[in-house]
Design a protein around this ligand. Structure first.
Ligand code: ZN
Length: 206
């Protein structure tokens, strides 16, 4: 009886050690439904290896979004952590753009774009991260922010995936330009907020 208790105690200690060591290494936390694609995309961002990033999958109007955690807005750059939300339910019009309905390369492109936001956020001053997190930014600023985010994604070697995503969106939504979910109802198609496939290609060719 006594040595069974000891064995159980030893197992608990070992279990905790393994859990702690795994946790110390893993900075990317993602549910199984997005984990494979998230890891592929994340591996292209070696500078984020020690940055805590959590991916949540839940009902959300936008197919993907990224922000620093609330507490991070009060912390210095090297202490911040980030949350990427991937939607599993939205309005009918946007449903074909949900992660689960995308072809595999486009899924990696979508997550690559969101991780590019993290790569951008980690460089930002506290004041700017407040503004971004609060979303109090002009349309024009958002246009350049998203365009710049796509560029970060391409520069990390995910251009082909981003292009797969960009082409899929345009083919599915029957539009030449894509300014995001917020503009679906307003029908604005004159701004290249997210890069068009040919623009992505132009940045990929050396
Ligand atoms: Zn974005």
């Amino acid at each position: 009886m006594h040595h069974i208790k000891l064995r159980i105690a030893a197992m608990i200690v070992w279990g905790s050690l393994i859990f702690l060591s795994l946790n110390a290494k893993a900075q990317l936390h993602a549910p199984a439904s997005v984990a494979a694609e998230a890891q592929i995309a994340f591996d292209h961002f070696p500078e984020l290896k020690n940055v805590p990033v959590t991916i949540r999958v839940k009902h959300s109007y936008c197919t993907g979004k990224t922000r620093p955690t609330f507490i991070s807005c009060f912390l210095p750059r090297n202490k911040r952590s980030y949350v990427i939300t991937i939607s599993d339910h939205t309005i009918d019009t946007l449903t074909p753009l949900l992660f689960e309905n995308l072809p595999e390369p486009a899924r990696i492109g979508l997550i690559g774009h969101e991780i590019s936001h993290v790569a951008d956020f980690v460089q930002q001053s506290t004041a700017k991260s407040w503004a971004t997190a609060a979303g109090h930014l002009s349309r024009h600023y958002m246009d350049s922010l998203e365009y710049h985010t796509d560029l970060i994604c391409i520069r990390h070697g995910l251009g082909a995936n981003l292009e797969a995503w960009s082409s899929y969106i345009r083919a599915t939504m029957h539009t030449r330009y894509w300014r995001g979910a917020d503009f679906v109802i307003k029908g604005d198609d004159h701004y290249e907020r997210y890069m068009n496939p040919d623009t992505i290609e132009s940045y990929m060719t050396p």
